[in-house]
Design a binder for this molecule. Structure first.
Ligand SMILES: [Zn+2]
Length: 469
């Protein structure tokens, strides 16, 4: 069914997406561009919404969370929501509010550990910064994305000659040993007259006093602003090595942030492809929705996270009308695919995986089960997705962790508990999750694209035949 060319084409589209998205703000921006190109209209949370059947919309919060939806031609308040949810954030180092450090003749940049990264993988990588900057122009503050597209930072390993236990017990101290260097003090002195723009170093409260001018200068140069115009910023560190196809047969994707940009990309692709023109939405009774949240990697408890009221409020706005219980009726007809990457069996650690649930690359998206509700899948929600996968010819795999193994979690249990929403947890199989560089397969992207498109197209009919209260 799936030609190698087709999988490779989808994989290349994903690679282009992930390479342009080194921070959650960039993920949201890439999604915005795709949505605008596909005829979606941008809404603002603070405005009144006038929603029309067969029209397509999106809204952002904090520029790091985005919700896009297409309204069915037959939609009425009280009808269901067909939803796919994923997350825009990935574990990374973030520049601290005051980052200026000098260590043994080096300019270093203090960083904070965001999420549960495999931090030793950040050593000896050619790093840069990416994120967002708030710039003051006269009396107006504007939001800008920044991505310095060259290697400017590095966390060097300690040589094995000086640390013999490297291969047995390397566990860096996250405060003192995971600090990237930006320059030598010697070079910084030499460059000083030319690098400092504006020369406004007296204002100790300004951002330029809290960070090395060498770093601020790179940022200011790119945005063509003066250092004292910068009110604040949030900067993620990112690897400059671009994602690529790999393996002897180009069947792999070697890439940062597969968790969870694969599902951001594929769910959006599914929504866009399933709602291409008015005809494709003509007979649709539901609202087809993609929700991409920030802060999943740190527990989702933020205004832009899945634990916020954002999803409920958006659903309520779309249920507004003369029926006062339209929202409650809609929830029971709705269904969420909680889309987050899954662990494929690791060839060198295969005993870490449950004997009957060793999922493989190329073998299809993975349904995640956990009796202790770390995942929200039930027999009912799995049965619904199995029928849809069958209709679109995408194989599915099942996974459960060993009883003696820790288990991850997702936005699935959070949203399903909060809204009382039928939810299934799934994701594409991958290796090296939370490493600075992860690995998955080309067919994984294509299979998810097809599955999410199929979900939006087939859910209302499958739901009607699988009504279990
Ligand atoms: Zn994830």
């Amino acid at each position: 069914m799936m030609s190698k060319e087709a999988s490779e084409a989808s994989a290349k589209q994903f690679i282009a997406f992930v390479n342009k998205a080194p921070s959650p703000y960039h993920v949201v921006n890439e999604c915005r561009i795709k949505l605008l190109n596909a005829g979606f209209q941008e809404l603002k949370e603070r405005d009144h919404w006038d929603i029309k059947a067969t029209e397509k919309y999106f809204v952002t919060r904090n520029q790091s969370t985005i919700v896009a939806f297409a309204v069915g031609g037959q939609y009425q308040p009280g009808n269901g929501f067909s939803m796919v949810g994923a997350h825009t954030d990935s574990p990374c180092l973030k520049v601290k509010p005051s980052s200026k450090k000098c260590k043994a003749g080096y300019l270093a940049v203090a960083t904070e550990c965001y999420g549960g990264g495999i931090w030793h993988t950040w050593f000896d990588r050619d790093l840069t910064v990416a994120g967002r900057i708030l710039v003051k122009n006269d009396d107006k503050v504007t939001h800008h994305l920044i991505h310095v597209e060259k290697p400017i930072l590095r966390v060097p390993n300690i040589a094995i000659h000086l640390y013999r236990k490297h291969n047995e017990a390397f566990g860096p101290n996250k405060e003192s040993e995971l600090v990237p260097i930006l320059a030598t003090c010697v070079q910084d002195e030499l460059e000083k007259p030319t690098v400092v723009q504006g020369g406004d170093e007296d204002k100790t409260s300004s951002q330029s006093a809290k960070h090395h001018p060498a770093l601020m200068n790179l940022i200011c140069k790119q945005l063509s602003v003066q250092p004292d115009q910068i009110l604040d910023f949030e900067l993620c560190l990112a690897d400059t090595q671009p994602a690529t196809l790999g393996g002897a047969f180009d069947e792999f994707i070697f890439s940062p942030r597969l968790d969870n940009q694969v599902n951001c990309f594929s769910s959006l692709q599914g929504l866009i492809e399933s709602s291409k023109d008015k005809d494709s939405l003509k007979n649709e009774p539901n609202i087809r929705m993609v929700l991409l949240f920030d802060n999943e990697e740190v527990g989702s408890e933020s205004a832009q996270g899945a634990a916020s009221s954002l999803s409920e409020w958006i659903m309520r706005r779309l249920c507004a009308g003369t029926n006062p219980v339209a929202f409650e009726e809609a929830v029971s007809k709705s269904y969420l695919v909680s889309a987050d990457q899954a662990h494929a069996v690791h060839p060198n650690y295969s005993d870490k995986h449950e004997e009957n649930h060793k999922v493989g690359l190329h073998k299809g998206p993975v349904l995640k089960f956990n009796g202790n509700q770390r995942y929200a899948t039930t027999a009912v929600t799995a049965a619904i997705l199995r029928q849809i996968a069958d209709k679109v010819n995408v194989p599915l795999q099942d996974v459960v962790v060993r009883n003696d193994s820790p288990c991850g979690s997702t936005i699935g249990p959070i949203l399903s508990a909060k809204l009382g929403l039928r939810t299934v947890d799934i994701g594409g199989p991958q290796l090296s999750m939370h490493s600075i560089r992860e690995m998955c397969c080309t067919t994984g992207i294509q299979q998810l694209n097809i599955l999410y498109k199929g979900f939006f197209e087939h859910f209302p009919a499958v739901d009607a035949s699988t009504c279990i209260d």
